[in-house]
Design a protein. Structure first.
Length: 394
């Protein structure tokens, strides 16, 4: 057994957390010539195992999130080249589909909500087209006859997060990233600088820079000084997976979504016949129980949208935790603690923001400078004392 002071390896970068964000950071940094290690008991799993994989910068636009929209759109634009490079590097597919999205309304309230969204999209210069109920059903014949109208968004696509994670894991291995399949227990801080981490088995890993990318768990790592602990909270999402048997295909040709009595529901059809139905949004701490109520509400709302769905085999029910942040935007780049960077807090947009997160983190790790497009998302925005100090004239 190792003593807690054994140092097993030293790398340029140690990434704590091997979910999709940790893996893309590791892969991109390794591609830039850095030596990289990742610590995670089960890399490639986490929230990506649950996520539906909508790349919905336009349909998931919210009031007050215009700055985040810029990052979302920039990442969406990088997706085709990103998956091409990743598929080449890993030899694995990612299930990326440039299929577009249709957001529909089932009653007058939902239609008013969708009209508001359309107006907001137009004000933000985004492309979406208002359709009548009949036009919606012409596009997607499985929709309920009662659909009252909808928004066609041709730029919101999808990817399969499980395949994306598997491809990133293989790409990391091929790029020489060292995977420590153990939990990181404590950040090592000496002389006012992060210098690595101690794993749950006592192994000490030393690194020039440490990236904390542990999703909803990012605020729980021991040893992180209080003033730089990321304000991340878990937001539970329950998701269903169904299978579309061959005689029913093509069941839906694009992502279909709606707000039904105030709850968001979406149906994401994969090329391989999987249909993902999501998602609840619940502030229940660390609870990941799949509940009868959650499944019932998702099926009830999805059935109102697409009645034929109840014929399909239900193959999986799962709950995961989105890493929520106080302003729903991620925390990217250096913290006030030298040597410690964050890539966390992606909340609803982790899969969408994967390409740009990898790029900006690799840039920050290799040059020490956070690229312009990521500056509004510096973790320092949540450290008022630090920001105030920085803003004082020299
Ligand atoms: N972006 C989809 C979700 O968070 O449920």
């Amino acid at each position: 057994m190792r003593s807690s002071t054994d140092i097993r390896s030293t790398t340029d970068v140690l990434v704590i957390g091997g979910g999709i964000i940790g893996l893309v950071t590791a892969w991109r940094a390794a591609r830039r010539g850095l030596s990289v290690a990742v610590a995670d008991p089960d890399p490639g799993r986490g929230a990506a195992r649950v996520a539906a994989g909508m790349l919905a910068a336009v349909t998931e636009l919210h009031y007050g999130e215009e700055t985040l929209l810029g990052l979302d759109l920039a990442s969406a634009a990088r997706y085709p080249a990103f998956v091409a490079e990743l598929e080449e590097a890993s030899g694995l597919g990612t299930g990326y589909r440039a299929c577009g999205t249709l957001a529909v309304a089932l009653d007058a309230d939902d239609r008013a909500h969708l009209r508001e969204l359309h107006a907001l999209q137009t004000r933000c210069g985004l492309s979406s087209t208002w359709l009548s109920g009949r036009e919606c059903r012409r596009l997607e014949p499985m929709l309920a006859p009662g659909v009252r109208g909808g928004l066609r968004v041709d730029g919101d696509h999808q990817v399969d997060p499980r395949r994306l994670a598997a491809a990133l894991l293989t790409a990391c291995e091929r790029a020489g990233v060292v995977l420590h399949r153990t939990l990181a227990a404590r950040l090592t801080v000496t002389g006012g600088r992060a210098r690595g981490a101690v794993l749950a088995d006592g192994t000490a890993l030393a690194a020039g820079q440490v990236v904390l990318a542990a999703g909803s768990l990012s605020g729980r790592l021991a040893g992180v000084p209080e003033e730089v602990v990321p304000p991340v909270r878990p937001v539970k999402g329950q998701v269903l997976r169904l299978r579309i048997p061959a005689p029913y295909a093509p069941f839906l040709s694009r992502t279909v979504r709606a707000v039904v009595r105030g709850s968001h529901v979406y149906l994401v059809p994969r090329e391989d016949g999987e249909l993902v139905v999501g998602a609840t949004s619940e502030e229940l701490g660390w609870d990941t129980t799949v509940t009868a109520g959650g499944v019932y509400e998702l099926l009830r709302d999805a059935h109102e949208l697409v009645p034929g769905l109840t014929e399909l085999p239900l193959t999986e029910t799962l709950a995961g935790l989105r890493p929520g942040s106080p302003d729903n935007a991620p925390m990217l780049g250096p913290t006030a603690l030298p040597g410690l960077l964050l890539a966390t807090g992606h909340y609803r947009n982790g899969i969408l923001l994967t390409p740009i997160t990898g790029d900006v983190m690799a840039e920050a790790l290799t040059t020490g400078v956070l690229p312009e497009e990521a500056r509004p998302f510096s973790p320092r925005r949540f450290s008022p004392a630090t920001s105030a100090r920085q803003e004082q004239p020299a």
